[in-house]
Design a protein around this ligand. Structure first.
Ligand code: GAL
Length: 635
């Protein structure tokens, strides 16, 4: 597969006279792709039915004639002001019952049918007009579903649609009352019409109610996207993508991507560092100009799975951004490192956000590839280098990894609804597991929860997967690989009930989780032999062999045949011990990498990345700060 580069461009932000020079400069910089249009609705339709496509025709022509391929975005993330006059109740409503008003973006509720019809209309107009345009080589639906906390909406439209969804799922109100345990606190309903959304209750709503609402909302996002894809596909053969975000987990990306040809995501390594990675202050300081060494890789692997192999970075940070708590400039070399890291994980394309820094509005402090005065910004020189390097790079394939980690959005909903301890998060548990494995030098595949084929895997992990369907349990029990469950894997039934027999009730594993406790962060429990249990622990009963225990000999991890159950959250040292042991038992090659160094294997090359601020010596040679080495793999 040929790897390509691109950028995000907003012709509507600049006078038409400079479009041609911009296009030429993009092509000369070695860029292949230019994404446009995703926020342009007010210029495409300044008033209802007053359609102005001429400028877009012209922009696409100019970009295409310069040799660029256009990714055309549907503009539905930014409904223009008149839309709100026309549909005042289309705004999303937050958990406190307040509308999320016009004046920025993503101001719509996924359940508002009036707005959905407007989206159908504008998408159809675009698809009809550009569906066979030779320059439009790909599409993007909307922009970053869920960004700015815009997935859940507590609007009347959402409430009405939720009732229909519930009726469809449970069929009778008795079945719903039973499934949710509504006899508790006299919460029983006599009809679906009585059911409200799970906000503004006196104390916490029934977790089954909250979980159902999250599942419903996730389905609404998938449906919203599916409508656009269906319309585009009636008129175009070009692939359809959506650009997902980092650490947004409140809808099921696998389901949304079922309708897409390519999954893309927006990689802002330094933007994410402070409030999405979940690391302490010292770590944030150490990686302030580089970004976290595992966060991007995790999402690359996640979106490779979401896209069933086809994935891009649609927006790559090229310099300081405007929206994080602090916004330093990256170390020289980081743009190149981030780009190659995406390619090493199988990205088809990496596009930089944005072409030219906008001297107005919300993102005026956000770097582009050009400064507002048109001079080159620093990233452009790194892109020239990458373009050069790409000429001689071998084709890339992501081989099947021996280590696989299941990521389940539904489990994230469940943990969010009932974390059982402050700051306990499913995403964090999976990410910490991923980090621990990657620090051992392993390449990892992330798998959707629908996977049943584990052939070719040596280690399969599903930490925190709260509900594990019976057929998945069976497939795992029959797999050759070592299966690592827990904590909290299979801890709940489909409707959030604690199952009997006690969890995890796993075939071939003599184990019951007798009791669980969450712990203050300042009360770690030392493990015999080093490392600690931190924040969450389960009491384990049964005959499975103990492989990790507390100093007081209470079991922490047990094993029976190929099934391992870990009944706790472990700190870094504990995770390292456990995974060194499990990987060694499977004969997997592991390493002790210098601080901040990570590796990733493709079919033909081993990539070495140095996220630290110091030069380091590796077995592949010396690696400067922000450096990258491509080591050919032989045999
Ligand atoms: C992304 C978004 C872009 C732009 C960018 C700034 O989340 O898709 O439109 O806002 O962030 O970093």
């Amino acid at each position: 597969m040929k790897r390509t580069l691109g950028t995000c461009y907003y012709p509507e932000h600049w006078p038409e006279e400079i479009w041609e020079a911009d296009a030429r400069r993009m092509a000369n910089a070695g860029l292949t792709w230019v994404r446009i249009g995703e926020f342009a609705w007010s210029r495409l339709e300044p008033a209802p039915d007053d359609l102005r496509f001429d400028w877009l025709d012209q922009a696409i022509n100019i970009l295409g004639n310069a040799g660029l391929k256009v990714v055309l975005g549907t503009p539905t993330a930014t409904p223009p002001r008149w839309m709100i006059t026309k549909h005042p109740d289309m705004l999303a409503v937050d958990v406190d019952g307040k509308p999320r008003k016009f004046g920025s973006r993503r101001h719509y509720c996924f359940s508002h049918e009036g707005y959905a019809l407007e989206c159908d209309r504008i998408v159809r107009l675009l698809a009809e007009r550009y569906g066979s345009n030779p320059h439009v080589a790909a599409w993007q639906t909307d922009n970053e579903y869920g960004c700015h906390d815009t997935t859940l909406s507590y609007s009347p439209a959402a409430r009405d649609a939720f009732r229909v969804w519930l009726k469809d799922r449970y069929r009778s109100i008795e079945a719903l009352n039973n499934a949710w345990g509504n006899v508790f606190w006299s919460m029983e309903y006599a009809s679906f019409e009585e059911i409200d959304l799970p906000n503004l209750t006196v104390t916490e709503p029934n977790p089954a109610h909250s979980l159902a609402f999250r599942r419903f909302t996730s389905d609404q996002v998938a449906r919203f996207n599916e409508r656009q894809v269906e319309i585009i596909k009636e008129h175009s053969n070009a692939p359809v993508s959506h650009n997902f975000m980092g650490r947004i987990t409140d809808f099921d990306h696998f389901k949304v991507a079922d309708d897409l040809d390519i999954a893309t995501w927006d990689s802002y390594p330094m933007g994410f560092l402070e409030d999405r990675v979940g690391a302490d202050e010292a770590h944030q300081r150490a990686y302030a100009r580089q970004g976290d060494p595992d966060f991007q890789a995790f999402h690359h692997d996640l979106y490779r799975a979401v896209g069933k192999g086809r994935w891009w970075v649609m927006e790559q940070q090229p310099g300081p951004v405007n929206w994080a708590p602090y916004n330093p400039a990256p170390l020289p070399g980081m743009v190149r490192l981030w780009t190659w890291e995406a390619f090493a994980h199988g990205a088809e394309a990496v596009c930089y956000f944005r072409w030219r820094q906008a001297p107005f509005a919300q993102e005026q402090m956000h770097a582009g590839l050009l400064r507002p005065d048109n001079a080159d910004a620093p990233a452009l020189a790194e892109i020239a280098l990458i373009t050069d390097e790409l000429q001689s790079a071998p084709d890339s394939f992501s081989p099947k990894a021996s280590v696989a980690l299941i990521f389940d959005y539904d489990a994230d909903f469940a943990w969010t609804v009932q974390p059982h301890g402050k700051d306990l998060s499913y995403f964090q548990i999976v990410f910490d597991t991923y980090r621990a494995l990657r620090k051992l030098g392993l390449s990892i595949d992330i798998l959707p929860p629908s996977v049943r084929d584990f052939s070719g895997r040596k280690l399969v992990l599903l930490p925190g997967m709260m509900h594990v369907p019976e057929d998945l349990k069976r497939a795992l029990a029959e797999a050759e690989a070592t299966i690592v469950l827990g904590p909290r894997s299979a801890a709940r039934g489909l409707d959030f009930d604690i199952p009997v027999p006690q969890p995890p009730d796993f075939p071939g594993l003599d184990l019951a989780v007798a009791r669980v406790e969450s712990l203050r962060p300042d009360m770690p429990l030392p493990l015999a032999g080093g490392g600690s249990v931190t924040r969450y622990r389960e009491e384990l009963e049964g005959a499975a062999e103990i492989i990790l225990q507390l100093e007081n000999e209470a079991p922490v991890a047990v094993r029976q045949e190929n099934i391992v159950y870990v009944g706790a959250l472990l700190d870094e040292a504990g995770l390292e011990r456990l995974y060194r042991e499990l990987t060694a038992a499977e004969g997997l090659e592991t390493r002790t990498l210098p601080e901040g160094v990570r590796i990733r294997d493709t079919q033909t090359e081993r990539f070495w990345f140095n996220y630290s601020v110091d030069a380091v010596q590796t077995e592949a040679g010396s690696l400067e700060a922000a450096g990258m080495i491509r080591q050919p793999l032989t045999g």
